[in-house]
Design a protein around this ligand. Structure first.
Ligand code: SF4
Length: 370
């Protein structure tokens, strides 16, 4: 695989105008750059707003840092008892195996810590301490391999980590978070798929995809190799301005994921990572988008829209609210909105004719559509 790693290479391959090279060099000094061939091929050089390029080709706007942006936007550090482990929720931990990725996304929430030369590569000794932490915490039911991207590791190292997890009885689930199936699909070989599997414990793979064009024939084949091997596939997508911030584009992506046997899982609101304000949307845009998705696309195509609360307080769903609680005449009732925006009383109002309606609440006042 050819990967473009410098502004000069990006200009040479038509991914940035030559007069931008000095500005991009300033960005590249601060944040890692890698544009793998599989994604570079998808970029329409004639489109200055190409949604693939917006995600992976550096932009001088990355040097604009806003006061609300944070080096550690989701507060990993606050929950890291030993190097490589983030233990935020009681029953699961992140195990950050590497700081290297196949592609460096311009919106990455770990952009201050991923990339060559960053100081937090997990040494063999640190990995042993991280595994020991998991071993001595029986409440850990699930281990989530992340990074960086765990699927850039050598087969030998991946096998050895999976083997260690296989021998920890209380760990029942291993989840791998990766962008490799779209960034370097040929890397998902049968041998790598075998290395991810543990006897008697399911491995789930969460594939990070932000636009349907990323699901090329090669990427689909890579996902098939995992699905055919019995690995359940989930998706994670980041809501990005100018990339996927309409219901049409998002719906098309969700359908493409389902067609690849990937169940849409999380739609992340973009985190407050430094230099990423040009890629972030308002939360209201995300809420309207998921509301529109609900009305127009199959239930299989519905991700949960979530926000990672800054400071390390975890994820919360922030999608549209369809139900309103109303206290009326000493009773609690609800008003539920349907996919057309019409509002309905629940339980429904009593009718005089039906004996089974005895005891039901009286009708609420007129229900207004929002
Ligand atoms: S692959 Fe994941 S960890 Fe790596 S740069 Fe992209 S978002 Fe960040």
């Amino acid at each position: 695989m050819t990967t473009l790693r410098t502004p000069a290479q990006l200009c040479e391959h038509g991914l940035a105008p030559p007069d931008r090279q000095p500005a991009l060099a300033a960005v590249a000094t601060r944040y890692a750059v890698a544009v793998p061939d599989a994604l570079a091929q998808l970029i329409d050089r004639a489109d200055p707003a190409d949604p693939i390029a917006r995600q992976i080709v550096p932009d001088p706007a990355e040097l604009i840092h806003r006061p609300e942006e944070l080096a550690d936007p989701i507060g990993d550090d606050a929950h890291s008892p030993v190097d490589g482990i983030v233990h935020r929720y009681p029953d699961r931990v992140l195990l950050k195996l590497t700081h290297i990725c196949a592609v460096y996304c311009r919106f990455c929430f770990r952009r201050e810590t991923v990339g060559p030369g960053k100081p937090n590569a997990l040494s063999t000794q640190a990995l042993a301490r991280a595994l020991e932490y998991i071993r001595t915490h029986p409440e850990i039911w699930e281990v989530i391999l992340t990074g960086g991207d765990p699927l850039v590791l050598s087969l030998r190292r991946l096998r050895s980590v999976m083997n260690a997890l296989a021998h920890i009885d209380h760990v029942k689930i291993v989840r791998v978070h990766t962008r490799v199936p779209v960034a370097d699909p040929k890397r998902i070989t049968p041998a790598l798929v075998r290395a991810m599997k543990i006897k008697g414990k399911p491995t789930y793979v969460a594939v990070h995809v932000n636009h349907s064009r990323e699901l090329t024939m090669d990427a689909r084949a890579a996902c098939s190799r995992m699905a055919d091997a019995g690995i359940p596939l989930l998706s994670q997508t980041v809501l990005l301005a100018g990339v996927n911030d309409t219901a049409e584009v998002m719906g098309e992506l969700m359908r493409a994921l389902v067609e690849c046997r990937i169940k849409p899982y999380y739609l992340h609101h973009a985190d407050l990572a430094p230099g990423t304000s040009h890629l972030r949307t308002e939360i209201a845009i995300g809420q309207q988008l998921v509301h529109n998705l609900r009305g127009r696309f199959s239930g299989l195509c519905q991700p949960t829209y979530v926000l990672d609360i800054p400071g390390g307080h975890g994820k919360s769903p922030i999608g549209s609210n369809y139900i309103e609680r109303i206290e009326s005449g000493g009773r609690t009732q609800f008003v539920v909105e349907d996919f057309n925006g019409r509002r309905h009383q629940y339980p429904p109002a009593a009718t005089a004719e039906s004996p089974s309606d005895r005891g039901r609440p009286p009708p609420l006042q007129a229900l207004q559509s929002r």
